[in-house]
Design a protein around this ligand. Structure first.
Ligand code: C2E
Ligand code: MG
Ligand code: MG
Length: 706
């Protein structure tokens, strides 16, 4: 029996083994007096609360209990002393000797004396720090899960994308509220229905196939773009991405994320349309035409019929643009486009290549007559007056026709273009059918352009000079600069075919600049070398050159560079240039004239120009075309023309220069008619600058009739 008055380091009377079992028990055990003093403690309790046995035996359980837990414990102790309970268990906290809290599980029972009064308590103490930590961790994990679930739900519910869960059979098991926002379907509408129910019929097969593959291969993350219908029956484009979560017990389905991409899809469609259509007329453009042409040619080859291409260009469309404005020009093009579409057969394509160029692709042709008839009809339809807000206009069309010759679609377009060129040359408002000889001519033009380009790059642009002779005095009054092209093989080519291609390609601008500068250099050279040198140098300029930006600057720069005055230069251009001159050209010409540069009309008499036109230009001289000179003594009317021009020149104070004098008879006739100046092989061939001589008698002795 243990006496309550004395500490009990040992459990008195207990057998040794029993004592040991208590001392070494893995849980804390204490005998505690009714007022709370520790009477006996084992090692485990010392470890739990951090006090050694000695120290503990000087303490009460109240000393090492967390103040917040003390009341609850005392209440139980008192209840037990009063005999209301025989044992109690609780979780509470000890204050460890080092200051921290130790959560414990406490189980207390009481030993009473024979008379029933309390003798001591037996306390069993378990350190539940670890268990507590686990519980805390579980609680916080639970909380985290709850938050994440809430967040996930919020995401799904509020997402602008529709989120669907689809079961293995392809029926919708869940869809998020976005289905209503995006497509107008109330929550739950889709439940149990096949997911393709709202998908466009044309997109269903592919989507079903994708779904089937995803079910079989869960690792796939397919992306599909389909059209779906809204409640109101409109189509929206959506992008669907899906993941297979059939194996996930929390989902058991295919999760599909449906995003509205209508804006993007429509923009893409618009872009694609724009890439293949002309925005003004809505007609197919060059790219789409090329595509259709390729198919047409292939088809014709299989079937054994013909494909024809009509290349159409409006005549003088530029005039409408310039005189009535671009808006009128645009309206005109739109009207022509619609007339063309109404004129062709259903299977034919009308395309616009740009500007006033249209192409009509005619398939399944069995007779070429059909195509010629179509060209005729198009000519008439286009020529019917067009009413624009700016006024009534009439335009005509030139048309080139080519048939597929088995050389491929790209040749067809080029051939039709070549034929068009010929139709224009023949005087516009007509059609022309491509032939082999046209191809040869076109090829020649292409070669000429390349040769000219090479010549420019390699400094092989040369200039020859032909004397212009004062027919009364017999001296060289001036020279005309004439372009020569040194070919790769060392030959010297005449300008003939080059001038035309240079004009078309724009090469005329650098070529003309080179001629002008060499001409100025030559005149300066002659001036420096001899007292008798030509009064001026005449340089030919084309309309395109004259109207090109910076032309006047280039003229002045060349004159300056070679220390010449403006009157040392005469510019020659044809009547056609005068007739077609736009404002910019007229301004340039007027400006040059006021600076003192001479202006001369070349090939006069061939261009149907009227005096009215001539009056637009401040002209110094006219050069009578050599056809009239050639007719002198042959065709009496030519003599009359020469006489008229000379008379005209006198009264308008213009110098008259006769071109192409080859015989003495021609020379004498011109002298008789009182022509001022002459030029021709008889008087001197065009020569290189250093071959020309100006000193001494320069002309053959001209026997002058008296
Ligand atoms: P054009 O301005 O009428 O030049 C006269 C042409 O007649 C020159 O031909 C000349 O060699 C040739 N010719 C001269 N006398 C006679 C003759 O007695 N009989 C015959 N049958 N022909 C004669 P070319 O040099 O072949 O030049 C041809 C045309 O090329 C020139 O005609 C001119 O319009 C143009 N051209 C020449 N050089 C240039 C240039 O630098 N720029 C531009 N834009 N055109 C040029
Ligand atoms: Mg000339
Ligand atoms: Mg001429």
């Amino acid at each position: 029996m243990v006496d309550t008055t004395a500490p009990a380091p040992r459990i008195a009377g207990a057998p040794e083994e029993f004592q040991l079992a208590f001392e070494q028990a893995p849980i804390g055990i204490a005998l505690v007096s009714p007022d709370g003093r520790f009477l006996w403690v084992n090692d485990a309790l010392s470890r739990i609360c951090g006090y050694d046995t000695e120290a503990l035996l000087r303490l009460t359980f109240q000393d090492i209990t967390h103040p917040d837990d003390l009341d609850a414990d005392l209440a139980q102790v008192e209840a037990m002393i009063r005999g209301e309970i025989t044992a109690y268990s609780m979780e509470k906290r000890y204050l460890h000797a080092r200051g921290h809290e130790v959560p414990i599980q406490l189980d207390v029972s009481m030993v009473r004396r024979v008379d029933g009064s309390p003798r001591y308590f037996i306390s069993h103490v378990q350190d539940i720090s670890e268990r507590q930590a686990t519980i805390d961790a579980l609680a916080s994990a639970h909380e985290a899960l709850r938050v994440s679930q809430q967040r996930f739900a919020a995401l799904v519910e509020r997402s602008t994308d529709i989120i669907c869960i689809i079961d293995e059979q392809g029926c919708i098991a869940y869809h998020s509220p976005a289905a209503e926002r995006l497509l107008g379907y109330a929550p739950g509408t889709w439940l149990g229905t096949p997911f393709t129910a709202v998908v466009h019929p044309e997109d269903q097969a592919e989507l079903n196939e994708t779904f089937r593959r995803l079910v079989l291969e869960p690792s796939l993350i397919p992306l599909a773009e389909v059209r779906v219908t809204t409640v109101d029956g409109l189509w929206r484009h959506v992008e669907i991405s899906a993941t297979n979560r059939l194996a996930d017990p929390a989902v058991r389905g295919i999760v599909a994320n449906v995003r509205d991409v209508t804006d993007r899809a429509e923009a893409a469609t618009r872009l694609a349309w724009q890439a293949f259509h002309d925005s003004l007329t809505g007609l197919p453009n060059r790219a789409l035409l090329a595509d259709r042409l390729g198919h047409a040619v292939e088809r014709a080859r299989r079937v054994g019929d013909l494909t024809a291409l009509l290349f159409l260009d409006l005549d003088r469309f530029k005039l409408v643009n310039d005189s009535m404005g671009h808006e009128a020009g645009d309206l005109l093009l739109v009207e022509v486009a619609s007339r063309l579409e109404r004129t062709v057969r259903a299977g034919d394509s009308v395309a616009r290549l740009g500007g006033d160029e249209f192409v009509i692709l005619v398939e399944s042709v069995s007779e070429t007559d059909e195509v010629s008839a179509l060209a005729e009809r198009i000519g008439e339809v286009v020529a019917a007056p067009i009413e624009l807000p700016q006024g009534m206009v009439t335009v005509t069309a030139s048309i080139g026709i080519a048939y597929d010759s088995g050389r491929g679609p790209e040749h067809l377009l080029r051939d039709a273009d070549t034929a068009l060129y010929r139709a224009k040359e023949k005087g516009r408002n007509r059609f022309h059918v491509f032939t082999e000889s046209l191809r040869t001519a076109a090829l020649r033009r292409m070669t000429a352009e390349q040769e000219l380009r090479d010549a420019l790059e390699r400094g092989r642009i040369e200039v020859h000079y032909q004397p212009i002779v004062d027919l009364a005095g017999g001296t060289i009054a001036a020279v005309e600069a004439l372009l020569r092209v040194r070919t790769e093989d060392g030959g010297l080519a005449l300008p003939g075919e080059y001038i035309e291609v240079a004009d078309e390609s724009g090469l005329i601008v650098p070529v003309g600049a080179a001629v002008l500068d060499q001409a100025c250099a030559a005149l300066a050279g002659w001036r420096a070398a001899s007292a008798s040198s030509p009064g001026h140098v005449a340089v030919n300029v084309s309309a395109r050159e004259l109207g090109s930006p910076g032309f006047t600057d280039r003229v002045l720069a060349s004159l300056d560079r070679h220390h010449l005055g403006a009157s040392d230069l005469v510019l020659e251009f044809t009547e056609a240039t005068v007739i077609g001159a736009d404002r910019a050209t007229l301004r340039a010409v007027d400006w040059l004239h006021r600076r003192g540069v001479g202006l001369s009309i070349d090939d006069f008499g061939t261009g149907y120009s009227s005096l009215a036109y001539l009056k637009r230009f401040p002209i110094r001289s006219v050069k009578l075309d050599r056809t009239f000179v050639g007719g002198l003594g042959v065709d009496p009317s030519d003599a009359e023309i020469v006489r008229a021009v000379v008379t005209l020149g006198r009264s308008l104070r213009l110098e008259v220069v006769a071109e192409g004098i080859e015989t003495l008879d021609q020379l004498q006739s011109l002298q008789d008619l009182g022509c001022d100046f002459g030029q021709g092989f008889l008087l001197g061939h065009p020569l290189a600058a250093d071959e020309l001589r100006f000193d001494g008698p320069v002309l053959p002795i001209i026997p002058r009739r008296t």
